[in-house]
Design a protein around this ligand. Structure first.
Ligand code: PLP
Length: 400
C-alpha cells in the first residue's frame, strides 16, 4: 500500500473509541455490559424538532444549503446568543457547521499555522489535542488540578503563554470533569487574556445548559466584552437538545474569521443538511422547558452517582457543577490485584479490568490527560447507573 499522509503520524485513535469497541465485542458475545463510556444524552430529540425536519423534507427543502447556514437558523442562533448569553452577533458573525466538532476544526484550521501553540486546559476532551495536531499546531497543556476543582488557575495560564501561543481553548462545563467556571473565575481568566492581545480565545460551550443547583453559566465574551473581537463562541444542539445524530454546531465570532471558516467548509463539506437545520430552528426557537427538565434529571443522577461511587473503597469522587460526567480519582486502587488476577498499576489497567471482570465500560483518565482517574458518563438511566455503581463498588472491594 502507498504511504499515508505525514500529518497523520502523530494523530492517535481515540481511546474512547477503543473502549467502546471492546464493550461492543463483549455485548455481541451476549455479555451484560453497562456502558458509562459514551458522552451522549440518552433522551430522544424533542418531538417538535423531529416534526420540523419531517415537514422540511416534505416541503422540498432538500437542495444544497447555504454554506454558512440558512437565514432562519442564523436568526435563531442570533436570538439564542442574545437571550441566553447577552451577546450581540450580526448574521455575518455566525456560522453553522456539521456538529460542534467541525466548528472546532474549522476554527483551528482558520487560525493555526505550523509551529503555533494552542493552550489546552487539562483534563481536556480527547479530540482537542488531535485536532490541533491535524491543523499543524502544537498542543500545549495547562494543568487544572483537582484541588482547584479542575479549573484553570490564572497564574498557570499566564505561565503557559509564550510568544508562539495562538489560541486558548476553554471548555467549562468541562468534558471530562464536569467542572464549570463562575463569573469571577472566568473574569480572572479573561484578565490574563487581556494582557495577550495576539491570542485567540475559543470557548466550547457545548454543555452550557447542563449546570446544576442554580449555578450560573457564563461565557468569556459576555464576561469580558473587550475580548469579544478575538473570541470564538462555539455551541451546538448535540448535548442541549439530544441531537447528536443531526450533526449541527455553530459559532459566533469576528466577521473575518467566520468568513474564513465558511469559505474553508465550503471546499470540504458545504453547508449543513437542510433537514437538520430545520430541526435546529425548531429546537432553538421552540419551548425550552424540556432543557431545564432534563438538566434536573441529570442533576439527580449526578447526586446518586457521586454518593454511590464514594462508597467504593479506594475511590473518591468530587461533585462537579455540570455536564454529565464525573471524574473519580482511583489512586487508592493502584498497586492492587483484581479478583481475576489482573494487576492495577494505572487508570487504564483499572478501566480495562473493570470492563473485563465487571462488564462496566468507562474511560481512563489518561485519555483526557490527567491520571489516575476514570471518566464516568451518567447520561444513562438510573437503574443502569445503580447497577454499574454496585459493580464498581464490588470491583474495588475485591482488590487485594
Ligand atoms: N465539544 C465537547 C466538549 C464535546 O464533549 C463534544 C462531544 O462529545 C463535542 C464538542 C462535539 O460535539 P458534536 O457532537 O456536536 O460534534
Amino acid at each position: 500500500m502507498p504511504a499515508l499522509a505525514e500529518r497523520l503520524k502523530d494523530v492517535t485513535v481515540s481511546p474512547i473509541v477503543a473502549m467502546s469497541s471492546r464493550a461492543r465485542v463483549l455485548k455481541a458475545e451476549g455479555k451484560d455490559v453497562i456502558s458509562l463510556a459514551v458522552g451522549e444524552p440518552d433522551f430522544p430529540t424533542p418531538p417538535h424538532a423531529v416534526e420540523a425536519a419531517h415537514q422540511a423534507a416534505l416541503a422540498g427543502d432538500t437542495k444544497y444549503p447555504a454554506q454558512d447556514g440558512g437565514v432562519p437558523l442564523k436568526k435563531a442562533i442570533q436570538a439564542k446568543f442574545k437571550r441566553e448569553n447577552n451577546l450581540d452577533y450580526a448574521l455575518d458573525e455566525i456560522c453553522v457547521c456539521n456538529g460542534g466538532k467541525q466548528v472546532l476544526m474549522n476554527a483551528l484550521l482558520a487560525t493555526v499555522s505550523p509551529g503555533d501553540e494552542v493552550l489546552i486546559p487539562v483534563p481536556y476532551w480527547a479530540s482537542y489535542g488531535e485536532m490541533v495536531k491535524l491543523a499543524g499546531g502544537t498542543p500545549t497543556f495547562v494543568n487544572c488540578p483537582q484541588n482547584n476543582g479542575f479549573k484553570l488557575r490564572p497564574e498557570d495560564l499566564e505561565a503557559a503563554i509564550t510568544p508562539r501561543t495562538k489560541m486558548l481553548m476553554l471548555n467549562f462545563p468541562n468534558n471530562p470533569t464536569g467542572a464549570a467556571c463562575s463569573r469571577e473565575e472566568m473574569q480572572a481568566i479573561a484578565d490574563v487574556m487581556l494582557r495577550h492581545p495576539d491570542v485567540w480565545v475559543l470557548t466550547d460551550d457545548m454543555y452550557e445548559h447542563l449546570v446544576f443547583d442554580g449555578f450560573g453559566f457564563c461565557t468569556i465574551a459576555e464576561v469580558e466584552p473587550r475580548l469579544k473581537d478575538r473570541v470564538i463562541t462555539v455551541n451546538g444542539v448535540s448535548k442541549t437538545y439530544a441531537m447528536t445524530g443531526w450533526r449541527l454546531g455553530y459559532a459566533g465570532g469576528p466577521k473575518a474569521l467566520i468568513k474564513a471558516m465558511v469559505n474553508m467548509q465550503g471546499q470540504v463539506t458545504s453547508g449543513v443538511s437542510t433537514i437538520s437545520q430545520a430541526a435546529a430552528v425548531a429546537a432553538l426557537t421552540g419551548p425550552q422547558e424540556l432543557v431545564r427538565e432534563r438538566a434536573e434529571v441529570y442533576r439527580a443522577r449526578r447526586d446518586l452517582v457521586v454518593e454511590l461511587l464514594n462508597q467504593a473503597p479506594g475511590l473518591t469522587c468530587a461533585k462537579p457543577e455540570g455536564a454529565f460526567y464525573v471524574y473519580p480519582n482511583v489512586a487508592g486502587c493502584l498497586g492492587k490485584t483484581t479478583a481475576g488476577g489482573r494487576r492495577i498499576e494505572t487508570d487504564a489497567d483499572f478501566a480495562l479490568a473493570l470492563l473485563e471482570e465487571k462488564l462496566v465500560a468507562t474511560v481512563h483518565g489518561a485519555a483526557y490527560g490527567m491520571s489516575p482517574y476514570l471518566r464516568i458518563s451518567y447520561a444513562t438511566d438510573t437503574a443502569s447507573l445503580r447497577e454499574a455503581c454496585a459493580r464498581i463498588r464490588d470491583f474495588c472491594g475485591s482488590l487485594s
